[in-house]
Ligand binder design. Structure first.
Ligand SMILES: NC(=O)C1=CN([C@@H]2O[C@H](COP(=O)(O)OP(=O)(O)OC[C@H]3O[C@@H](n4cnc5c(N)ncnc54)[C@H](OP(=O)(O)O)[C@@H]3O)[C@@H](O)[C@H]2O)C=CC1
Ligand SMILES: N[C@@H](CC(=O)OP(=O)(O)O)C(=O)O
Length: 352
């Protein structure tokens, strides 16, 4: 049992609110400080936030006075989660790490930094050791760990069993991304109601790069990215939560049948199962057999929003196999994924 005080940077945003809700009854982590912009600082959280969650604003957060994101305001925390806007996350997260406060971030800024782990606990728990190579703070007690983009999460989680069984040769992916991915107020209603927008700025590059880091190998001081190509197309669709991906994969070792691929998913063992972390889903990657599954509205919330669903598995005509995969973008793809990272790092003793 751990007992750690946590701060949340960007606490008023869409991802920040998800942190507040998911941490309300967390057995290890207690919210002690909340940070946002100057616009929110000095107000009680309940006055600063435009609450968009379906549940009541938790009482353990509502009366906390929001501060600016300055390390001296977070003296009582063991570490911080960050849901900061990426335009400010770079400098602010660095200032916390330099001040000796570990940062577990959702923002894109440090995801490809050489010594910063880009972590999905079920995919690459060993990458956490990069923490010891960081030099943000003098004695190493301040560091940064990131979680990936909300498309890279289901993509890497669904590729992992395939990579372990056959090796990956090439990937083509089209993501159908829900509107909550754009934060609040997000995409203009006149753009997205009864429409599809076939472009999300910067998204395709992130998906193509992050997944090859996630499936990469630890070198002495950094990660050797995998060299298989990924071609991504990112599309905004009028769903609310859950990003659905259509994926085609060429495999290094050719499976004899689609049943062999099915077995790779169903037999795959979660490498962190024995740690029994509080936010770990029982089946992190679940294969659905029903032709019409998975769907964002039906499956994004499965296992508390922490499951990656796979379905429509079939033999390919151009590449070896095709399937769809789905994950809740602001839970598994953001706040929930970051909390699971925090639990993994706590269980492994990284917080001094
Ligand atoms: N939505 C998603 O599905 C995912 C989002 N992410 C990433 O998580 C981060 C947050 O996203 P999201 O919650 O959607 O964004 P929002 O725009 O909803 O929230 C942004 C947060 O950053 C704060 N902020 C803005 N400017 C400053 C500043 N100058 N100083 C301090 N705080 C500031 C805001 O505070 P205030 O209210 O005071 O303005 C708010 O709390 C982003 O980096 C995003 O890319 C990652 C994965 C998925
Ligand atoms: N761009 C994603 C959400 C996001 O913020 O991604 P990132 O953390 O990689 O910037 C979406 O629109 O669904």
């Amino acid at each position: 049992m751990k007992n750690l005080n946590v701060g949340i940077l960007g606490a008023t945003g869409a991802v920040g609110q998800k942190f507040i809700r998911l941490l309300e009854t967390h057995p290890w982590f207690t919210i002690s400080s909340l940070g946002a912009s100057k616009r929110s600082a000095g107000k009680k959280y309940k006055q600063a936030v435009h609450w968009i969650e379906k549940t009541e604003l938790p009482s353990n957060a509502s009366d906390i006075v929001v501060t600016e994101c300055i390390p001296s305001e977070f003296a009582d925390v063991d570490f911080v989660f960050s849901g900061l806007d990426s335009s400010v996350a770079g400098d602010i997260e660095k200032s916390f790490a330099e001040a000796g406060i570990p940062v577990i971030s959702n923002a894109k800024n440090y995801r490809t930094h050489e010594q910063v782990p880009l972590l999905v606990p079920e995919v690459n728990p060993d990458h956490a050791e990069l923490i010891t190579k960081q030099s943000f703070s003098k004695n190493g007690d301040g560091w940064i760990v990131t979680n990936p983009n909300c498309v890279s999460v289901p993509l890497s989680m669904s590729l992992k069993p395939l990579d372990d069984a056959f090796g990956i040769e090439a990937v083509v992916v089209t993501s159908m991304q829900s509107i909550s991915g754009a934060g609040y107020p997000g995409v203009a209603s006149l753009d997205i109601v009864a429409n599809v927008v076939p472009y999300i700025g910067g998204e395709e590059d992130k998906v193509e790069t992050e997944s090859t880091k996630l499936l990469g190998r630890v070198n002495e001081n950094s990660i050797a990215y995998r060299d298989f190509p990924i071609q991504a197309t990112a599309v905004r669709v009028p769903t609310v939560d859950g990003h659905l991906l259509s994926v085609s994969v060429s495999l290094e070792t050719k499976p004899e049948s689609i049943d062999e691929v099915r077995k790779a998913f169903t037999d795959w063992k979660n490498p962190i199962a024995e740690l029994d972390l509080p936010s770990s889903p029982e089946t992190p990657v679940r294969l659905y057999e029903e032709d019409r599954h998975p769907q964002p509205r039906l499956h994004a919330d499965r296992e508390g929003g922490m499951q990656t669903a796979v379905g429509r598995l079939r033999k390919g005509k151009v590449m070896d196999i095709g399937y769809v995969t789905l994950a809740h973008n602001t839970i598994r793809g953001a706040a929930g994924g970051a909390i699971l990272n925090g639990e993994l790092l706590a269980a492994k003793g990284y917080f001094k």
